[in-house]
Ligand binder design. Structure first.
Ligand code: FMN
Length: 361
Protein backbone atom coordinates (compact mmCIF):
# COMPACT_ATOMS: atom_id res chain seq x y z
CA UNK A 1 0.00 0.00 0.00
CA UNK A 2 1.01 3.58 -0.52
CA UNK A 3 2.41 4.96 2.70
CA UNK A 4 1.65 8.34 4.20
CA UNK A 5 4.69 10.50 3.66
CA UNK A 6 5.17 14.18 4.26
CA UNK A 7 5.12 16.59 1.33
CA UNK A 8 8.46 17.24 -0.25
CA UNK A 9 10.13 20.63 -0.58
CA UNK A 10 10.41 20.70 -4.37
CA UNK A 11 12.88 23.58 -4.41
CA UNK A 12 15.34 21.35 -2.55
CA UNK A 13 15.41 18.89 -5.49
CA UNK A 14 18.22 19.82 -7.86
CA UNK A 15 18.58 16.83 -10.22
CA UNK A 16 16.17 14.45 -11.94
CA UNK A 17 17.72 11.42 -10.26
CA UNK A 18 16.47 12.63 -6.87
CA UNK A 19 12.84 11.93 -7.80
CA UNK A 20 13.10 8.15 -7.93
CA UNK A 21 13.72 7.50 -4.21
CA UNK A 22 10.99 9.99 -3.33
CA UNK A 23 8.58 8.26 -5.71
CA UNK A 24 9.45 4.85 -4.29
CA UNK A 25 8.31 5.98 -0.83
CA UNK A 26 4.99 7.04 -2.31
CA UNK A 27 4.18 4.15 -4.64
CA UNK A 28 3.08 0.56 -4.11
CA UNK A 29 6.12 -1.72 -4.43
CA UNK A 30 4.83 -3.58 -7.49
CA UNK A 31 4.00 -0.28 -9.23
CA UNK A 32 7.49 1.02 -8.55
CA UNK A 33 8.97 -2.18 -9.95
CA UNK A 34 6.80 -1.90 -13.06
CA UNK A 35 8.01 1.62 -13.81
CA UNK A 36 11.65 1.14 -12.86
CA UNK A 37 12.14 -2.17 -14.57
CA UNK A 38 13.56 -3.17 -17.90
CA UNK A 39 13.44 -6.60 -19.51
CA UNK A 40 15.55 -9.72 -18.89
CA UNK A 41 18.89 -8.78 -17.27
CA UNK A 42 18.37 -5.03 -17.76
CA UNK A 43 21.63 -4.73 -19.70
CA UNK A 44 20.18 -2.08 -22.00
CA UNK A 45 18.53 -0.27 -19.07
CA UNK A 46 21.94 0.66 -17.66
CA UNK A 47 23.56 1.23 -21.06
CA UNK A 48 20.86 3.67 -22.18
CA UNK A 49 21.99 6.02 -19.41
CA UNK A 50 25.71 5.33 -19.79
CA UNK A 51 25.81 5.79 -23.57
CA UNK A 52 24.94 9.50 -23.35
CA UNK A 53 27.61 9.99 -20.70
CA UNK A 54 30.38 8.50 -22.82
CA UNK A 55 30.39 11.52 -25.14
CA UNK A 56 32.65 14.48 -24.43
CA UNK A 57 31.94 18.08 -25.36
CA UNK A 58 34.31 20.45 -27.15
CA UNK A 59 33.03 23.88 -26.09
CA UNK A 60 33.56 27.06 -28.10
CA UNK A 61 34.41 30.30 -26.30
CA UNK A 62 34.04 34.04 -26.92
CA UNK A 63 30.68 33.57 -28.67
CA UNK A 64 28.64 36.03 -26.56
CA UNK A 65 26.10 33.85 -24.83
CA UNK A 66 24.26 36.54 -22.89
CA UNK A 67 21.02 35.14 -24.23
CA UNK A 68 20.51 31.49 -25.02
CA UNK A 69 17.25 29.95 -26.17
CA UNK A 70 16.36 26.63 -24.51
CA UNK A 71 13.38 26.10 -26.82
CA UNK A 72 12.86 23.38 -29.39
CA UNK A 73 10.69 22.58 -32.41
CA UNK A 74 8.48 19.54 -32.91
CA UNK A 75 6.52 19.02 -36.13
CA UNK A 76 7.15 22.62 -37.09
CA UNK A 77 5.81 24.08 -33.86
CA UNK A 78 7.94 25.80 -31.24
CA UNK A 79 8.12 24.24 -27.75
CA UNK A 80 9.40 25.73 -24.51
CA UNK A 81 12.08 23.04 -24.37
CA UNK A 82 13.43 20.60 -26.95
CA UNK A 83 11.84 17.88 -24.82
CA UNK A 84 8.47 16.07 -24.80
CA UNK A 85 6.98 13.79 -22.16
CA UNK A 86 7.20 10.22 -23.45
CA UNK A 87 4.02 8.12 -23.52
CA UNK A 88 3.87 6.08 -20.34
CA UNK A 89 1.06 3.77 -19.33
CA UNK A 90 -1.20 3.91 -16.28
CA UNK A 91 -0.15 7.16 -14.66
CA UNK A 92 -2.73 6.58 -11.93
CA UNK A 93 0.00 4.38 -10.43
CA UNK A 94 1.90 7.61 -9.78
CA UNK A 95 -0.94 9.99 -8.91
CA UNK A 96 -4.74 9.66 -8.69
CA UNK A 97 -5.13 12.26 -11.45
CA UNK A 98 -2.14 10.85 -13.37
CA UNK A 99 -2.28 12.03 -16.97
CA UNK A 100 -4.43 15.07 -16.13
CA UNK A 101 -1.76 16.39 -13.75
CA UNK A 102 0.99 15.53 -16.20
CA UNK A 103 -0.57 17.20 -19.23
CA UNK A 104 -1.20 20.40 -17.28
CA UNK A 105 2.41 20.48 -16.12
CA UNK A 106 3.66 19.96 -19.67
CA UNK A 107 1.33 22.72 -20.91
CA UNK A 108 2.69 25.06 -18.22
CA UNK A 109 6.24 24.37 -19.42
CA UNK A 110 5.15 24.65 -23.07
CA UNK A 111 6.25 21.13 -24.00
CA UNK A 112 4.37 18.37 -25.83
CA UNK A 113 2.65 15.63 -23.83
CA UNK A 114 2.22 12.21 -25.41
CA UNK A 115 -0.73 10.23 -24.06
CA UNK A 116 -0.41 6.45 -24.04
CA UNK A 117 -3.16 4.18 -25.39
CA UNK A 118 -2.72 2.46 -22.02
CA UNK A 119 -3.58 5.63 -20.09
CA UNK A 120 -5.54 5.70 -16.85
CA UNK A 121 -7.71 8.53 -18.12
CA UNK A 122 -9.53 8.81 -21.44
CA UNK A 123 -8.07 10.88 -24.20
CA UNK A 124 -11.11 13.16 -24.00
CA UNK A 125 -10.57 13.76 -20.24
CA UNK A 126 -6.97 14.71 -20.92
CA UNK A 127 -7.99 17.03 -23.77
CA UNK A 128 -10.53 18.76 -21.56
CA UNK A 129 -7.94 19.19 -18.80
CA UNK A 130 -5.53 20.98 -21.11
CA UNK A 131 -7.32 22.02 -24.30
CA UNK A 132 -4.50 24.24 -25.55
CA UNK A 133 -1.66 21.86 -24.77
CA UNK A 134 0.42 20.31 -27.54
CA UNK A 135 -0.95 16.77 -27.18
CA UNK A 136 -0.01 13.66 -29.12
CA UNK A 137 -1.71 10.27 -28.97
CA UNK A 138 0.44 7.14 -28.78
CA UNK A 139 -1.21 4.25 -30.55
CA UNK A 140 -1.03 0.58 -29.78
CA UNK A 141 -3.24 -1.57 -31.94
CA UNK A 142 -5.74 -2.96 -29.52
CA UNK A 143 -8.61 -5.29 -30.26
CA UNK A 144 -9.81 -5.00 -33.84
CA UNK A 145 -8.48 -2.69 -36.53
CA UNK A 146 -11.93 -1.12 -36.34
CA UNK A 147 -11.54 -0.29 -32.64
CA UNK A 148 -8.02 1.05 -33.15
CA UNK A 149 -9.35 3.26 -35.91
CA UNK A 150 -11.99 4.68 -33.58
CA UNK A 151 -9.20 5.58 -31.12
CA UNK A 152 -7.31 7.43 -33.85
CA UNK A 153 -10.48 9.23 -34.92
CA UNK A 154 -11.32 10.16 -31.33
CA UNK A 155 -7.80 11.55 -30.86
CA UNK A 156 -8.09 13.53 -34.09
CA UNK A 157 -11.46 14.95 -33.00
CA UNK A 158 -10.14 15.80 -29.52
CA UNK A 159 -7.38 18.02 -30.87
CA UNK A 160 -4.36 15.73 -30.60
CA UNK A 161 -1.79 16.85 -33.12
CA UNK A 162 0.10 13.66 -33.90
CA UNK A 163 -0.30 9.91 -33.78
CA UNK A 164 2.77 8.27 -32.30
CA UNK A 165 2.59 4.66 -33.45
CA UNK A 166 4.66 2.38 -31.25
CA UNK A 167 6.27 -0.28 -33.43
CA UNK A 168 8.53 -2.08 -30.96
CA UNK A 169 5.91 -4.02 -29.03
CA UNK A 170 4.70 -6.88 -31.23
CA UNK A 171 4.80 -8.87 -27.99
CA UNK A 172 5.73 -7.80 -24.48
CA UNK A 173 9.37 -8.10 -23.38
CA UNK A 174 10.33 -10.57 -20.65
CA UNK A 175 9.93 -8.44 -17.55
CA UNK A 176 11.15 -10.35 -14.55
CA UNK A 177 10.43 -7.65 -12.01
CA UNK A 178 6.73 -7.66 -12.88
CA UNK A 179 6.60 -11.42 -12.57
CA UNK A 180 8.31 -11.42 -9.19
CA UNK A 181 6.32 -8.49 -7.80
CA UNK A 182 3.01 -9.85 -9.12
CA UNK A 183 2.29 -6.58 -10.87
CA UNK A 184 -1.32 -6.19 -12.00
CA UNK A 185 -2.23 -3.41 -14.41
CA UNK A 186 -4.97 -1.10 -13.08
CA UNK A 187 -8.01 -0.32 -15.30
CA UNK A 188 -7.10 1.26 -18.65
CA UNK A 189 -10.14 2.83 -20.32
CA UNK A 190 -8.97 2.66 -23.95
CA UNK A 191 -7.71 -0.90 -23.67
CA UNK A 192 -10.57 -2.16 -21.53
CA UNK A 193 -13.07 -0.27 -23.73
CA UNK A 194 -12.18 -2.64 -26.54
CA UNK A 195 -14.35 -5.22 -24.81
CA UNK A 196 -17.41 -3.09 -25.49
CA UNK A 197 -16.69 -3.07 -29.21
CA UNK A 198 -19.00 -5.60 -30.83
CA UNK A 199 -16.50 -6.53 -33.53
CA UNK A 200 -13.92 -7.42 -30.91
CA UNK A 201 -13.38 -10.90 -29.65
CA UNK A 202 -11.29 -9.72 -26.75
CA UNK A 203 -9.23 -6.66 -25.93
CA UNK A 204 -5.77 -6.03 -24.68
CA UNK A 205 -2.27 -5.52 -25.91
CA UNK A 206 -1.96 -9.18 -26.87
CA UNK A 207 -3.98 -8.13 -29.91
CA UNK A 208 -0.94 -6.29 -31.28
CA UNK A 209 0.37 -9.73 -31.98
CA UNK A 210 -2.95 -11.04 -33.27
CA UNK A 211 -3.39 -8.18 -35.71
CA UNK A 212 0.21 -8.07 -36.86
CA UNK A 213 2.01 -4.82 -37.54
CA UNK A 214 3.80 -4.28 -40.83
CA UNK A 215 4.67 -1.43 -43.16
CA UNK A 216 1.29 -2.09 -44.81
CA UNK A 217 -0.43 -1.47 -41.46
CA UNK A 218 1.42 1.82 -41.14
CA UNK A 219 0.04 2.93 -44.51
CA UNK A 220 -3.43 1.83 -43.44
CA UNK A 221 -3.20 3.86 -40.22
CA UNK A 222 -1.98 6.92 -42.12
CA UNK A 223 -5.20 6.78 -44.12
CA UNK A 224 -7.30 6.93 -40.95
CA UNK A 225 -6.25 10.47 -40.04
CA UNK A 226 -4.91 13.71 -41.49
CA UNK A 227 -2.53 13.94 -38.51
CA UNK A 228 1.19 13.23 -38.91
CA UNK A 229 2.15 9.69 -37.92
CA UNK A 230 5.40 9.18 -36.02
CA UNK A 231 6.99 5.74 -35.68
CA UNK A 232 8.29 5.14 -32.17
CA UNK A 233 10.74 2.36 -31.52
CA UNK A 234 13.19 2.50 -34.44
CA UNK A 235 16.75 1.27 -33.83
CA UNK A 236 17.87 0.14 -37.29
CA UNK A 237 19.18 2.57 -39.89
CA UNK A 238 17.53 0.48 -42.58
CA UNK A 239 14.11 0.88 -40.92
CA UNK A 240 14.77 4.62 -40.64
CA UNK A 241 15.57 4.77 -44.35
CA UNK A 242 12.33 2.96 -45.23
CA UNK A 243 10.34 5.33 -42.99
CA UNK A 244 11.97 8.40 -44.51
CA UNK A 245 11.32 7.15 -48.02
CA UNK A 246 7.69 6.50 -47.14
CA UNK A 247 7.35 10.15 -46.12
CA UNK A 248 6.81 9.44 -42.43
CA UNK A 249 6.74 12.76 -40.52
CA UNK A 250 9.00 11.60 -37.72
CA UNK A 251 10.63 8.65 -36.07
CA UNK A 252 11.54 8.16 -32.45
CA UNK A 253 14.77 6.28 -31.90
CA UNK A 254 13.78 4.21 -28.90
CA UNK A 255 14.20 0.81 -27.29
CA UNK A 256 11.09 1.40 -25.19
CA UNK A 257 13.15 2.42 -22.18
CA UNK A 258 14.89 -0.99 -22.30
CA UNK A 259 11.58 -2.74 -21.59
CA UNK A 260 11.38 -4.81 -24.78
CA UNK A 261 14.40 -6.62 -26.27
CA UNK A 262 17.23 -6.58 -23.75
CA UNK A 263 20.73 -6.23 -25.23
CA UNK A 264 19.29 -3.89 -27.83
CA UNK A 265 21.63 -1.12 -28.85
CA UNK A 266 21.48 1.92 -26.53
CA UNK A 267 19.66 4.76 -28.26
CA UNK A 268 22.62 7.16 -28.11
CA UNK A 269 24.62 4.60 -30.11
CA UNK A 270 21.83 3.97 -32.64
CA UNK A 271 21.18 7.66 -33.26
CA UNK A 272 24.09 8.70 -35.54
CA UNK A 273 23.49 5.93 -38.09
CA UNK A 274 19.79 6.71 -38.16
CA UNK A 275 20.43 10.42 -38.64
CA UNK A 276 22.66 9.58 -41.61
CA UNK A 277 20.11 7.16 -43.11
CA UNK A 278 17.21 9.59 -42.77
CA UNK A 279 19.30 12.33 -44.41
CA UNK A 280 17.15 15.21 -43.21
CA UNK A 281 13.92 13.78 -44.67
CA UNK A 282 12.12 13.24 -41.36
CA UNK A 283 12.21 14.51 -37.79
CA UNK A 284 14.32 12.36 -35.51
CA UNK A 285 13.36 12.14 -31.89
CA UNK A 286 15.15 9.98 -29.38
CA UNK A 287 14.41 8.67 -25.90
CA UNK A 288 15.94 6.30 -23.35
CA UNK A 289 18.21 7.22 -20.49
CA UNK A 290 17.86 10.99 -20.76
CA UNK A 291 18.53 12.13 -17.18
CA UNK A 292 20.33 15.46 -17.61
CA UNK A 293 20.07 18.55 -19.76
CA UNK A 294 23.54 17.57 -20.96
CA UNK A 295 22.08 14.33 -22.37
CA UNK A 296 19.60 16.44 -24.35
CA UNK A 297 22.43 18.56 -25.74
CA UNK A 298 24.39 15.43 -26.69
CA UNK A 299 21.34 14.09 -28.54
CA UNK A 300 21.10 17.29 -30.57
CA UNK A 301 24.83 17.29 -31.26
CA UNK A 302 24.38 13.77 -32.67
CA UNK A 303 21.62 15.01 -34.97
CA UNK A 304 18.35 14.49 -33.07
CA UNK A 305 15.64 17.09 -33.65
CA UNK A 306 13.72 16.30 -30.46
CA UNK A 307 14.04 14.33 -27.23
CA UNK A 308 11.51 12.48 -25.10
CA UNK A 309 11.88 11.91 -21.39
CA UNK A 310 10.27 8.95 -19.66
CA UNK A 311 10.85 7.63 -16.14
CA UNK A 312 12.17 10.82 -14.52
CA UNK A 313 8.83 12.51 -15.23
CA UNK A 314 6.90 9.49 -13.93
CA UNK A 315 8.88 9.69 -10.69
CA UNK A 316 8.28 13.44 -10.51
CA UNK A 317 4.55 12.84 -10.97
CA UNK A 318 4.54 10.32 -8.13
CA UNK A 319 6.53 12.68 -5.92
CA UNK A 320 4.30 15.73 -6.19
CA UNK A 321 1.79 15.44 -9.06
CA UNK A 322 1.90 18.18 -11.68
CA UNK A 323 4.05 20.39 -9.44
CA UNK A 324 6.66 17.65 -9.40
CA UNK A 325 6.66 17.40 -13.19
CA UNK A 326 6.96 21.18 -13.44
CA UNK A 327 9.93 21.10 -11.07
CA UNK A 328 11.61 18.37 -13.14
CA UNK A 329 11.13 20.40 -16.31
CA UNK A 330 12.47 23.54 -14.62
CA UNK A 331 15.63 21.63 -13.68
CA UNK A 332 16.01 20.42 -17.25
CA UNK A 333 15.53 23.97 -18.52
CA UNK A 334 18.24 25.33 -16.26
CA UNK A 335 20.62 22.53 -17.20
CA UNK A 336 19.98 23.10 -20.93
CA UNK A 337 20.45 26.86 -20.64
CA UNK A 338 23.69 26.53 -18.69
CA UNK A 339 24.97 23.79 -20.97
CA UNK A 340 24.28 25.85 -24.10
CA UNK A 341 26.03 28.88 -22.63
CA UNK A 342 29.05 26.80 -21.65
CA UNK A 343 29.15 25.16 -25.08
CA UNK A 344 29.07 28.60 -26.64
CA UNK A 345 25.87 27.83 -28.56
CA UNK A 346 22.79 30.10 -28.76
CA UNK A 347 20.27 27.23 -29.10
CA UNK A 348 20.02 23.48 -29.70
CA UNK A 349 19.69 24.19 -33.42
CA UNK A 350 23.33 25.33 -33.42
CA UNK A 351 24.60 21.99 -32.11
CA UNK A 352 26.28 19.45 -34.37
CA UNK A 353 29.01 16.83 -34.34
CA UNK A 354 31.68 19.51 -34.00
CA UNK A 355 30.45 20.00 -30.40
CA UNK A 356 31.60 16.47 -29.54
CA UNK A 357 35.05 14.96 -29.33
CA UNK A 358 35.79 12.29 -31.96
CA UNK A 359 33.78 9.13 -31.65
CA UNK A 360 32.67 7.91 -28.25
CA UNK A 361 33.99 4.39 -27.63
C1 FMN B 1 6.18 2.83 -16.85
C2 FMN B 1 6.39 2.97 -18.32
C3 FMN B 1 5.32 2.79 -19.17
C4 FMN B 1 5.49 2.94 -20.54
N1 FMN B 1 4.40 2.84 -21.34
C5 FMN B 1 4.55 3.07 -22.67
C6 FMN B 1 3.41 3.07 -23.51
O1 FMN B 1 2.29 2.89 -23.06
N2 FMN B 1 3.61 3.30 -24.83
C7 FMN B 1 4.85 3.52 -25.36
O2 FMN B 1 4.98 3.73 -26.57
N3 FMN B 1 5.94 3.53 -24.58
C8 FMN B 1 5.82 3.34 -23.25
N4 FMN B 1 6.92 3.38 -22.45
C9 FMN B 1 8.24 3.73 -23.04
C10 FMN B 1 8.46 5.25 -23.00
O3 FMN B 1 7.59 5.91 -23.91
C11 FMN B 1 9.89 5.65 -23.37
O4 FMN B 1 10.23 5.06 -24.60
C12 FMN B 1 10.93 5.26 -22.32
O5 FMN B 1 10.39 5.35 -21.02
C13 FMN B 1 12.13 6.16 -22.44
O6 FMN B 1 13.15 5.76 -21.59
P1 FMN B 1 13.44 6.44 -20.16
O7 FMN B 1 12.37 5.97 -19.25
O8 FMN B 1 14.79 5.90 -19.83
O9 FMN B 1 13.43 7.94 -20.35
C14 FMN B 1 6.78 3.23 -21.07
C15 FMN B 1 7.85 3.39 -20.21
C16 FMN B 1 7.68 3.26 -18.84
C17 FMN B 1 8.86 3.49 -17.93
Amino acid sequence: MTQLVSPVDLASIVSLDEFEPLARERMATSAHEYVAGGSWDEVTLAENVEAWRRHRFVPRVLTDVRSVDAGGTFLGRRAGLPVAMAPMAAQALAHPDGEVEAVRACAAAGIPFCLSTSSSRTLEDVATAAPDAERWFQLYLVASAHYSRTLVERATDAGYRAIVLTVDLPVLGYRERDRRAGFVMPPLPHVDGAMADRRTRYGGLEQQHELGLSWATVEQIRRWTPLPVILKGILSSEDARIAAEAGIAGICVSNHGARQLDRSIPTADALPGIVAAAAGRTEIWVDGGIRRGLDVLTAFALGATGVMVGRPLYWALATAGGAGVERALAILREEIELGLALLGAPSVDALDRSCLAGRAG
